[in-house]
Design a protein around this ligand. Structure first.
Ligand SMILES: [Fe+2]
Length: 248
């Protein structure tokens, strides 16, 4: 069995709406490790409109680095075979390439891949525009939780288009388990059946109902779509991202 890798989660304590203290952060790291997750990229939210100015961003990033150091200390002491990295879940904005190149927000694990989120109602025109902008700069967008965007759920043919441009597509592990009926369930099922999904992540926010667990979604996909695709979603592709290897 291969290790599981999680590239989208909010485990760092007191930086965003994820873990609210160190105890919860540690509890989430314990849950992840016991679930078979051996590499994690923390992705605190980066929403540029929430910052007053550049100094505010600098302080936010310093705080993230300090909390990351304490997570690293805990992991090194308790789980020597676990690796952790830093990134951001970046809310799309016009200036996103500038935010990345100036270090205001982070790529996934210092690679050229960036986790980008949109609003549920963002029109396709804006999604494509941002994706193209990022790609033109030589960076690779990983679109967070594609199952949330009505532009995609209402027109799944857009998934192929986005991948054709060079974007990678991510679905939350919880969504794989949660949706059984209806439009979103059909959207997820078809995306998986047609192998249009690139990675599955936890998007964990706490140690309860939104905890960092990948194995259940992994096992469901393994049974339904086979080992090769399951391994690609949970290990091969996220591992390539961490190592900054080109996928297409
Ligand atoms: Fe998230």
């Amino acid at each position: 069995m291969y290790d599981l890798i999680d590239l989208h989660c909010h485990i760092l304590s007191s930086v965003d709406d994820g873990a609210y203290d160190d105890d919860m952060m540690k509890s989430m790291l314990d849950i992840a490790y016991n679930d078979g997750i051996k590499a994690i990229c923390f992705t605190p939210h980066f929403k540029i409109h929430q910052f007053k100015n550049d100094e505010h961003i600098r302080k936010y990033n310093l705080h993230i680095e300090r909390v990351f150091s304490s997570a690293l200390e805990y992991v090194n002491e308790k789980y020597s075979d676990m690796k952790i990295y830093l990134g951001n879940e970046v809310m799309f904005h016009n200036d996103i390439c500038n935010s990345l190149s100036t270090g205001k927000c982070r790529f996934l694990a210092d690679s050229s891949y960036v986790l980008v989120e949109f609003k549920p109602e963002t029109p396709m025109f804006d999604i494509e525009n941002i994706v193209s902008k990022i790609l033109r700069k030589g960076y690779i967008p990983v679109i967070a939780h594609i199952e949330r965007y009505s532009a995609l759920v209402n027109d799944p043919s857009k998934l192929k288009e986005l991948r054709g441009l060079g974007a990678l597509l991510q679905i939350n592990a919880g969504s794989i388990l949660k949706f059984w009926f209806g439009k979103t369930a059909r959207f997820i099922k078809n995306a998986l059946k047609n192998k249009l999904v690139d990675i599955i992540c936890t998007d964990a926010h706490n140690d309860k109902e939104l905890s960092p667990i990948l194995s259940k979604a992994h096992d469901k996909i393994f049974k339904r779509y086979g080992e090769e695709y399951a391994k690609m979603l949970f290990f091969t592709t996220p591992n390539a991202i961490i190592n900054n290897v080109k996928i297409y």
